[in-house]
Write a protein that binds this ligand. Structure first.
Ligand code: F0G
Length: 417
């Protein structure tokens, strides 16, 4: 599939105008008659396709389900999610030196990350399929979202986390929403291998972003950005900069743009440049973009303070890499220090984000300095998770509390020191 590809006619397997198609060989499947995460024939990634991708005038209401015309169902298991703020950040805009800079703060979703958009759709599909146990591997946010949406739906949830590498807020969420939490002696990629095996053996329904329906929900980030930005500015943004881990969001945004182009709602040359940012210690997507590869090579050793994107084997790379290339975007790696600096800069505008989210701003700064991003560009940075997700990282990036005596004069004396 490319931005300019004609849309397919609905195959016989389509259910209500929706079907699954393999992105490698084109084989099509009925969407809800059997559980399937990859192509039966060639093991390629699957994506949802629609007989009639909608234009903007089909959307009404708020949140993710405003976009039901672009989703497989009319409504889902909702908390509710979406309708997140698109912040102006004037000081940062000046400092970076672009024409317009906006920050889409996905940390304002119900469980504090963009994963809620995917889960409202994914858990609805799980209900349709009649499964009773949901599972995911996670660097933290997916597990928090799955636990909450699973609880809402009354379904059992199982989450596999890399031991010692998940931020405190995320484990607390999964725990209180009553997921069964398994801490694996390995990294996220090892957790995902195991959970794929479990799903393959019929032990649980997999709700990682390998599940094509998760990405349908996440597509709505793109729809919201385009609608909001155009209302304010009369045009679409030139570029969207986002942190990349498993590359699910990058794939979802690309799919969003492709469907709009197919529907005639957007011209190909209006599509924002998809620009991915990874931490230097976990940058297989940057390596693949720089080398012109069709897929990533697995990094066995990964490390970064931005634990949400501590990922060495991005499963959605074959969907995301064409999106980065075709939109004229790029991918860039940033240091942990640059991520913390960007986290402070966002906090200085009142926008509190977790480290992985700040990678978007760190990446934009770097690309602007290198001249890859032009001064005339209108840019949206995606901040994917809330500051409170990782309280330890926030406390480390911020100033220390100062102990004072229990006495007003002593407090005043301390303040004038
Ligand atoms: N930002 C945050 C805060 C995340 O939690 C993630 C992914 C990403 C960015 C990267 O998004 O995978 O779509 O490229 N977190 C997953 C998890 C892996 O388990 O919570 P992606």
């Amino acid at each position: 599939m490319t931005l300019s590809a004609e849309r397919d006619a609905a195959p016989d397997e389509a259910d209500d105008g929706v079907w699954l198609a393999c992105i490698e060989c084109g084989e099509t499947f009925a969407p809800f008659s059997a559980i399937r995460y990859r192509c039966d024939d060639c093991d390629g990634l699957l994506e949802a396709r629609y007989a009639d991708p909608p234009t903007f005038d089909a959307f009404e209401g708020d949140g993710v389900w405003r976009y039901s015309a672009a989703l497989p169902f009319e409504e889902g298991v909702t908390l509710p999610e979406g309708s997140t703020p698109l912040h102006e950040v004037p000081r940062l805009e000046d400092e970076v030196g672009v024409d317009r800079l906006r920050v889409k703060h996905e940390g304002m979703n119900p469980t504090g990350s963009f994963k809620d958009r995917g889960m409202t759709v994914g858990v609805r599909v799980a209900q349709e399929l009649g499964v009773d146990r949901l599972a995911c591997a996670s660097t933290g946010n997916t597990s928090a979202a799955l636990a909450a949406y699973g609880a809402r739906a009354g379904l059992e949830t199982l989450v596999l986390l890399p031991a010692g590498k998940v931020a405190a807020g995320k484990v607390a969420q999964a725990s209180l929403h009553d997921a069964r939490i398994l801490e694996v002696d390995g990294n996220f990629d090892a957790c995902l291998d195991i959970v794929q095996d479990l799903a393959g053996r019929g032990e649980a329904y997999l709700l990682n972003s390998l599940n094509p329906f998760r990405l349908e929900g996440q597509k709505t980030i793109g729809l919201e950005i385009l609608e909001e930005f155009r209302d304010d500015e009369g045009r679409f943004p030139d570029r969207i900069v986002l942190p990349v881990g498993n590359a699910g969001n990058t794939a979802a945004l690309y799919k969003c743009f492709r469907e709009l182009v197919q529907a005639g709602a957007m011209a190909e040359d209006e599509v924002p440049k998809l620009t991915g940012v990874q931490a230097k210690g976990a940058a297989p997507m940057v390596e693949a973009v720089e080398n012109g590869w069709a897929d990533t090579e697995r990094w066995d050793e990964v490390e970064t303070r931005a634990t949400a994107i501590r990922i060495g084997n991005p499963v959605n790379a074959p969907k995301a890499l064409p999106g980065i290339r075709e939109t004229g975007g790029t991918a860039v790696a940033v240091s942990d220090e640059a991520i913390t600096d960007a986290q402070r800069a966002l906090a200085g505008e009142g926008v509190g984000v977790e480290p992985a989210s700040a990678a978007s701003v760190a990446g934009l700064r770097k690309l602007r300095e290198e001249g890859v991003v032009g001064a005339d560009e209108a840019v949206v940075c995606l901040t994917t998770g809330h500051l409170l997700k990782d309280p330890d990282a926030a406390a480390e990036a911020g100033g220390d509390p100062e102990p004072v005596p229990n006495d007003t004069d002593a407090v005043l004396a301390h303040l004038s020191e």
